[in-house]
Design a protein around this ligand. Structure first.
Ligand code: NAD
Length: 513
């Protein structure tokens, strides 16, 4: 370890951020990264924290059980049903004037909704939320990274995620840097109108910090294409040349400048890396088996594409439960059950009739060829890695394997396709969206996927060559600049590629003083 690292480690308390930066520190030591570049990358360029206020509408919140006793005699109130918007947290928001002309029986601010129990009326009021944008690095191009709406975010978390974007954009070899941001809020506790107001206000405050050539947000947990549409409008409202500013956000609906193939891109990229892993062994995914954690955007699309390549899905675990069918699960049928079933509000695989329910503790031990973690971070711990009976872990999620998990996988000879290449399809197609916006073009899904396949597979091959210390120049890729003279694990190899590409910018352009 370099003396620089020892000093900075001693000075800094260990945080989730410093822990997450361990792979960076290790790779930086291995390649003898220029110390000034290292210090530039150790902390973000900018950490913005600000506050957004939104007027919340009046809502009905379920009355806690212990407070219901004194209202047992309260009769039903009949509010106008289309005036209430149900929220996933069990509350209702008054969408319109639901009380007008309605039959209301209220005592101490409590009323009973017919068939829905006792609710407390919480009058509308302004509320303040904490918002963030961390801009980690822009050596290779404008800052780039998603917007997360979630109750458990923090500055340290956004610092980690922003740094990961810097590594990912470098590995994907797109001319962009790294950023991440969002709001500390459970979006399921807001009505659609409140969410719109919050998003517009967030972009109003963010406007001086972002732009198509400066910092380009995208969807992340809790946000989607419709939120990006609102951010686009708020950013471009009143601008004379607003069409030229479309690239200020990516992940938009295809009808307002989004790219074909963006929705599936991360799952598609993941499937391409798995296909390449098989090709390296002279075979294809056909006839293989896989288990999948997370049936959301990444997991469901990766499953659909892999099953199209002939691989069989044996089990799925998501937030609602775990299902298993040793004869295989029909991915299209499961997708229909999860996404096109109005009564499946939480979009979960739980209750799917054509598979058996198993405990989560049995999930990771199912014998298969490939494990695809596509949900949460920190799921494949050391003990979980001990139970795996697979040949390959391909990380669709960000950070699903812990450092202990990594050590166990390596000791047991289970191969790994690390997250920063396995799930780089999303940011790669975001870049394609940004170019199409700049050029006022619209590419077909076929064109997008051809470019994506070539990009993901060639970068994956470079990482594999670094890991094996086999520098090569072939028709499809060139790893001559990147191998470091010794064999390293795949996660380190990916970081080596990122750091060498970023370092080149500092070496060739120098530093501004
Ligand atoms: P999503 O919200 O669409 O789906 C998340 C899935 O995880 C759901 O099926 C949910 O049920 C499941 N899940 C949540 N909590 C769980 C729990 N406790 N146990 C098991 N499963 C649980 O999210 P997504 O967009 O598919 O993202 C999944 C992962 O991939 C995240 O780590 C995300 O950061 C990463 N990722 C996503 C993209 C992208 O383009 N969407 C790109 C890169 C990385």
């Amino acid at each position: 370890m370099s003396s620089h690292t020892q000093e900075s480690k001693a000075e800094k308390r260990s945080t989730i951020y410093t822990e997450a930066m361990e792979v960076f520190q290790h790779a930086a030591d291995l390649i003898g990264l220029d110390n000034r570049v290292r210090m530039e990358l150790e902390e973000p360029d900018y950490e913005h924290i600000f506050y957004v206020t939104v007027k919340l509408h009046t809502r009905l919140v379920p009355l806690p059980k212990e407070e219901t006793a004194k209202f047992t005699d309260l009769g039903d109130s009949e509010l106008l049903p289309d005036g209430l918007e149900p929220l996933l947290d069990g509350s209702y928001v008054f969408k319109r004037r639901a009380l007008i002309g309605a039959n209301v029986q209220m005592r101490d601010g409590v009323l009973r909704l017919k068939n829905k129990g006792l609710h407390k009326v919480i009058p509308g009021r302004p509320e303040t939320y904490k918002a963030y944008r961390v801009q980690h690095n822009q050596a290779r191009g404008p800052y780039k990274g998603g917007i997360r709406y979630h109750q458990d975010v923090s500055l340290d978390l956004f610092k980690i995620l922003a740094a990961e974007m810097t590594w990912k954009t470098a590995i994907a070899d797109v001319p962009l840097g790294g950023a991440k941001g969002g709001i500390k809020i459970d979006p399921r506790s807001l009505s659609s109108e409140e969410l719109e107001a919050l998003t517009l206000r967030y972009m109003y405050k963010l406007k001086p910090l972002v732009g198509p050539n400066l910092d380009i947000p995208a969807p992340d947990v809790g946000t989607d294409a419709s939120i990006m549409g609102l951010m686009l409008r708020q950013y471009t409202d009143g601008e004379r040349e607003h069409h030229s500013l479309r690239g200020v956000v990516t992940g938009k609906d295809t009808r307002i400048g989004g790219s074909e193939g963006r929705v599936k891109a991360t799952g598609q990229g993941l499937a391409y890396t798995v296909q390449e892993w098989f090709l390296d062994r002279g075979t294809t995914p056909a006839g293989s088996t896989f288990i999948l954690q997370g049936f959301g955007n990444v997991g469901s699309n990766a499953a659909e594409i892999l099953s199209g390549m002939g691989s069989k899905l044996l089990a799925v675990n998501d937030a609602g439960g775990t299902i298993y069918n040793p004869n295989g699960i029909d991915v299209a049928d499961l997708t229909e059950y999860v996404y096109n079933n109005p009564s499946n509000l939480r979009r979960t695989i739980a209750g799917y009739p054509k598979a058996q329910v198993i405990p989560k503790s049995d999930f990771f031990a199912i014998p298969c060829d490939i494990v695809l973690p596509c949900a949460l971070n920190g799921e494949i711990t050391g003990p979980v890695a001990e139970t795996l009976k697979c040949k390959l872990v391909a990380e669709g999620a960000n950070g699903p394997t812990t450092p202990d998990g990594d050590r166990v996988l390596a000791a047991r000879g289970i191969e790994l396709i690390p997250d920063i290449i396995a799930n780089a399809g999303g940011v790669t197609v975001s870049y394609y969206e940004w170019i199409q916006n700049k050029r006022m073009e619209h590419w077909s899904e076929l064109e997008v996927n051809q470019r994506l396949e070539q990009a993901i597979k060639s970068n994956y091959r470079i990482i594999r060559d670094i890991a094996r210390n086999t520098p090569r120049r072939t028709a499809t890729h060139n790893s001559m600049r990147y191998a470091i003279g010794k064999v390293v694990d795949m996660r380190t190899a990916a970081m080596v590629l990122a750091l060498k590409r970023i370092e080149a910018h500092y070496q060739l352009e120098g530093f501004s003083q």
